[in-house]
Design a protein around this ligand. Sequence first.
Ligand SMILES: *Cc1c(COP(=O)(O)O)cnc(C)c1O
Length: 461
Amino acid sequence: MSLRYVSTRGAAPTLGFSDVLLRGLASDGGLYVPERWPEAPLAPDRPYVDLAVEVMTPFLSGEIEAATFADLVSESYTAFGHPEVAPLVELADGLWLMELFHGPTLAFKDVALQLLGRLLQFELERRGERVTIVGATSGDTGSAAIEACRDRPALDVFILHPHGRVSEVQRRQMTTVGSANVHNIAIEGSFDDCQDIVKGMFADESYRSRHRLAAINSINFARVMAQVVYYSAAAARLGGGPISFAVPSGNFGNVFAGYGAMRMGLKVDRLVVGSNRNDVLTRFFHTGRLEIRDVVPTMSPSMDIAVSSNLERLLFEALGRDGQATSALMRELRRKGAAEMPQWAMSRLRAVFSAARVDEEATSRVMAEVYARTGRLIDPHTAVGVGAALECRGDGDVPTVALSTAHPAKFPDAVFAATGRRPVLPERLADLHDRPERLCVLPNDLAAVQRFVADNAGVNA
Ligand SMILES: *Cc1c(COP(=O)(O)O)cnc(C)c1O
């Protein structure tokens, strides 16, 4: 029986993989999850691409031919800067780092987005369709989306960033991509202004359907699917025994994939969630209460979020896959800005999840200590995960794998401030500062951006 997907709010039609891939949010406002978690064979260690094909195939609903899928996966990961794709390095006795930053933009989002871009191109081409991807970025996610979409004939990608308010490395990673289907828009305004414009474009139904707007956001289940793989790879390399993971978390997509891996049969002892000062997740696991607060900027900006969009998937699981209960909880959260999980559901979650908040000072301290002890530079996001691992680690001899989500050279200032060492960009990006940039500066004005997208989408199709 091929796998179908259900909505976390229980009131949308079930779909197969390809429809979930193109759909985004379910029609009832929920997120798609597989109707059951397939079993992953407890794999012996093997090349990453082979493991990836094996772990992901049951999710495809039988809709993509085996050889085609194997090609897409292989192309996605041969472009990585390390032959193991996601190498493990031992940091201290029983504490490992899994480096997820060897992709084109030096952050873990490449692991999923490199495959997602190829899957989208494949499916749209098969249907004879094309879409226009529109997104806003405060710096980090835009480049991963651009690298995922560049040079794919079925896609145009427009990424808005606040003019003059992203770091030079981040800007150049977006603006030096020379592909004709990539469009960078610098908005004369803040990141919130950029987000408001994107929301405005999606809210305008007739504009949206005329230009076939689509998002590449973290709620796409294909991203979760691709992330399950490295949890399996870590377990396979460490011998298949019980293992804990520590994950710096923002939208909860990464660590939810760890939960999925566990549901597929991986022997997971603890899933440790690390938050920065924006600690909605840590408060949730400690109190059972979800509460939206204002976001404060930190040195780990990819985790500066008010509500974690993927958490809904976990709530659905903890509530016994009750779509009505999940829907009621999410409505309450939206209405009151806070909602409470039942205690029985929290007990289920606490059997697996631990959480810790790692503030700015502790993040710097972890970067400094890791450097002093091992000579290794880690980025501030990774440091939040390592800090949480150290705080929540049991005293058993279960190994802990802390996921390293960004290359230190993406956040050179924070790393330098903590360690006195300036991380260098990998060889293949060494000429980043010499490459020509291409971007268009536009006023903070929805109509101006809509016009620009209309004029530039599909002109190279
Ligand atoms: C996006 C991101 C995170 C957070 O991942 P989520 O899946 O949103 O929890 C952590 N670190 C880095 C470097 C990121 O880019």
